[in-house]
Design a protein around this ligand. Structure first.
Ligand code: HEM
Length: 115
């Protein structure tokens, strides 16, 4: 079976989507403070690898990246907003709605990464 990674064009698509996602997060007045002082380029690089793996593409070794934990406590409402921004990002990238549901579920399952 085709993976979501292959279906949507692999690396170039994931790069575009993740860059767009982080640009959108930083435009939100409520989410912006979480990213202040954070090396967002490194975070984007990490997330490109994570999304690639979640969508069935090549696996990566997270231990190559230093673990960083957001210094502001993340509330449920922050998670909800981030999920909405991701959904909007995926809609803009012309991902089919069934696949958007799958991706949101996969991402939510890794939520324990921090808080
Ligand atoms: C399902 C939801 C989420 C997932 C899967 C996720 C995943 C991750 C991962 C894998 C990292 C990198 C950790 C590392 O470098 O080892 C990270 C970092 C970060 N996340 Fe999230 N995250 C989620 C939600 C959020 C939310 C809701 C916020 C803020 C509102 C947030 C803010 C951050 C920040 C600021 C960092 C970087 C911390 C730093 O480098 O100092 N994340 N996240």
């Amino acid at each position: 079976m085709n993976t979501l990674y292959e279906k949507y064009g692999g690396e170039p698509t994931i790069k575009t989507v993740v860059n767009d996602f982080y640009a959108r997060l930083q435009k939100s007045p409520t989410l912006k403070p979480f990213f202040e002082g954070v090396k967002v380029n490194e975070l984007i690089d990490f997330q490109i690898n994570l999304f690639t793996q979640l969508m069935g593409g090549p696996k990566f070794d997270p231990s190559k990246y230093g673990t960083s934990i957001p210094r502001l406590p993340i509330k449920d409402e922050n998670f909800l907003e981030v999920a909405e921004v991701l959904e909007d990002t995926l809609i803009s990238a012309n991902i089919e709605s069934d696949d958007i549901e799958s991706i949101l579920a996969l991402v939510a399952s890794t939520r324990s990464t921090h808080g």
